[in-house]
Design a protein around this ligand. Structure first.
Ligand code: CU
Length: 146
C-alpha cells in the first residue's frame, strides 16, 4: 500500500512542476515605449478682415486659445495659419475664439456684438471672399465678380 501512496505523491509532484514550467513560458513580455513628444498640428482656414488692426485682433483671439503655439493671418489671402497642440485644443475652439472677436471664419460666423464694436475700418464686408490661396473649397464663392 505504501508504494501506491508514494507513487501517487510522486505523480502529483511531477504534475506540479510541469505546470510551473508551462507558466514560466508565458511570462515573456515586450515593453513598448510610448513617445511623449508634443506634435503640433498645422491648420489654415479662411477668416474675413480688412487691415493690420484686424490682423492683430484675429491673431490675438487665436493665440488666446490654450494650446495655440502660433497664429498668422494673411490680410491679402484672408486666411490664417495656426499651429496648435491637439491634446489641448482643436480646430473648432480656434474657429469659435476668432468668431467671438467679431470675425467670420469658414466654419463659424463672427459675433455681431463684437463686430459692432470693431473700428469702422475693420467692419469688413460679410460677403468678402476668404481663404484665397487658390485651393478650391466647396463653400468658396471665388467665381463671383463684383
Ligand atoms: Cu481692420
Amino acid at each position: 500500500m505504501k508504494k501506491v501512496i508514494l507513487s501517487v505523491v510522486a505523480i502529483a509532484a511531477l504534475g506540479l512542476t510541469s505546470c510551473k514550467n508551462e507558466t514560466k513560458k508565458v511570462e515573456e513580455t515586450t515593453t513598448t515605449e510610448v513617445s511623449k513628444e508634443i506634435t503640433m498640428t498645422d491648420l489654415s482656414f479662411g477668416v474675413r478682415g480688412n487691415c493690420d488692426m484686424c490682423k492683430s485682433t484675429i491673431e490675438k483671439a487665436a493665440n488666446s486659445v490654450e494650446g495655440v503655439a502660433s497664429a498668422n493671418w494673411d490680410v491679402g489671402k484672408k486666411k490664417i495659419d495656426v499651429s496648435f497642440d491637439d491634446t489641448k485644443t482643436d480646430a473648432v475652439a480656434i474657429h469659435k475664439a476668432i468668431a467671438a472677436s467679431g470675425y467670420d471664419t469658414e466654419k463659424v460666423a463672427g459675433s455681431d456684438e463684437a463686430y459692432k464694436d470693431l473700428p469702422g475700418c475693420c467692419q469688413y464686408d460679410h460677403d468678402m471672399m476668404m481663404n484665397q490661396s487658390g485651393e478650391m473649397k466647396s463653400e468658396d464663392h471665388s467665381n463671383h465678380d463684383h
